[in-house]
Design a protein around this ligand. Structure first.
Ligand code: NAD
Length: 343
């Protein structure tokens, strides 16, 4: 295979971003993009040279020329699209989370396994220059045995209420990235979760049974401890910092800034705020995750973030939700469906 022929399903915020990155990869040909509102994306698609805009994603699955699909439609559609795409023999890149329901996630991943297609979960942060560097330092043993993983992850603004309503809640929608990064940096699965949450930013979150602020404690299987602090609104921008503290030292990363210029005057020192949000902060990471998936399809390599990574992060999210509701620590085993067997 010299070129990977792609179909994209869903052309909202993330579908357009992936399309715009994919058109820049020489070994990729985007054959078609589907959205339930095709008229709204026609001129955008033309401007990126995407030849076909269609309403029904089945047309992508029925195109024998298409090797792989990017599933970028809303989360509630993922399971049926994954299942049908796998049965049609398409390799799959699927946005996070795989689904809101653990049984359904498992069923979809089992079909993927049976069909023998590749499946990458859209955890873009693993491809970020800073997070990658921290992982390499931890993996090389430079800070010794990890003791504590600290993650600060705060959005600059709340999503619209229509989004909050269908997001599945903060843990499965937002914190899920942090759960994946916690596993990535510690090199370990999680054993137990204790979550506390509050509605401090906007009462609309309470209307949907959600929280906008959370502190989540983790116990990892390798013995390390973790702490994540999440907020749906940090007035100074997208706050994305981590620290890993271990037996031989500590590694941390600061926020990425648009520039490092600092203005010092008699009144103090003024520096840039963090890059605004995920599209700015993780611009390069999205490019890298896309290239990694294409490489896996082209050269038969393993995907760097697989279905089990998606599943493990969802297990932590469900344990966090249960912990919040029940006001006690919850073991991952207590939310794990019995029939987990993904090899
Ligand atoms: N990895 C990340 O950083 C990241 C960031 C944002 C969103 N996401 C995930 O990506 C997915 C989409 O999120 P978004 O923010 O782009 O949403 P969005 O609402 O902006 O876009 C979704 C698009 O899918 C279309 N759509 C709906 N049903 C469809 C169907 N059956 N077939 C084809 N198109 C359909 C909608 O019309 C819309 O254009 C969600 O699962 C979300 O969790 C991931």
């Amino acid at each position: 295979m010299e070129t990977v022929k792609i179909g994209i399903i869903g052309a909202g915020r993330i579908g357009k971003l992936h399309a715009e990155n994919l058109v820049r990869i020489p070994q990729v040909e985007i054959r078609a993009i589907s959205d339930i509102f095709p008229d709204q994306i026609q001129s955008w698609a033309e401007s990126f040279g995407i030849p076909k805009v269609i309403k029904d994603y089945q047309d992508i699955l029925n195109d024998p020329e298409i090797d792989a699909v990017f599933i970028c439609s809303p989360t509630h559609t993922h399971v049926s699209v994954i299942t049908e795409a796998a049965k049609a023999g398409k390799h799959i890149f699927c946005e996070k989370p795989i689904s809101f329901d653990l049984e359904q996630t498992l069923q979809a991943l089992q079909v993927v396994q049976e069909c023998g297609v590749k499946f990458q979960t859209g955890f873009n942060r693993r491809f970020d220059h800073n997070f990658k560097q921290v992982r390499e330092i931890v993996e090389a043993g430079k800070i010794g045995e990890p003791y504590v993983i600290k993650i600060t992850s705060r959005d600059p603004e709340t999503p619209p209420s229509e989004y909050i309503k269908v997001s599945g809640g903060m843990f499965i929608d937002m914190s899920i990235h942090d759960f994946d990064i916690a596993r990535f940096l510690s090199g370990s699965d999680v054993e137990e979760v204790y979550a506390q949450g509050a509605v401090l930013v906007d009462p609309v979150f309470a209307e949907y049974g959600d929280v906008d602020t959370a502190i989540i404690s983790l116990k990892f299987k390798n013995g390390a401890l973790g702490i994540i602090d999440n907020s749906r609104k940090a007035v100074y921008g997208y706050d994305q910092r981590v620290e890993v503290f271990g037996s031989k030292g500590c590694v941390n990363i600061k926020n990425d800034l648009p520039s490092t210029a600092e203005v010092s005057t008699v009144d103090g020192v003024i520096a840039d705020k963090p890059k605004y949000f995920f599209l700015e902060r993780y611009r390069e990471a999205y490019v890298e995750e896309t290239k990694a998936f294409i490489d896996s399809v082209l050269y038969g390599k393993d995907v760097p973030v697989d279905g089990n990574d998606g599943l493990q992060a969802e297990l932590i999210a469900h344990a966090a939700k249960k912990s919040l509701v029940e006001g006690r620590p919850v073991k991952i085993a207590q939310v794990t469906p019995k029939e987990i067997n993904l090899g």
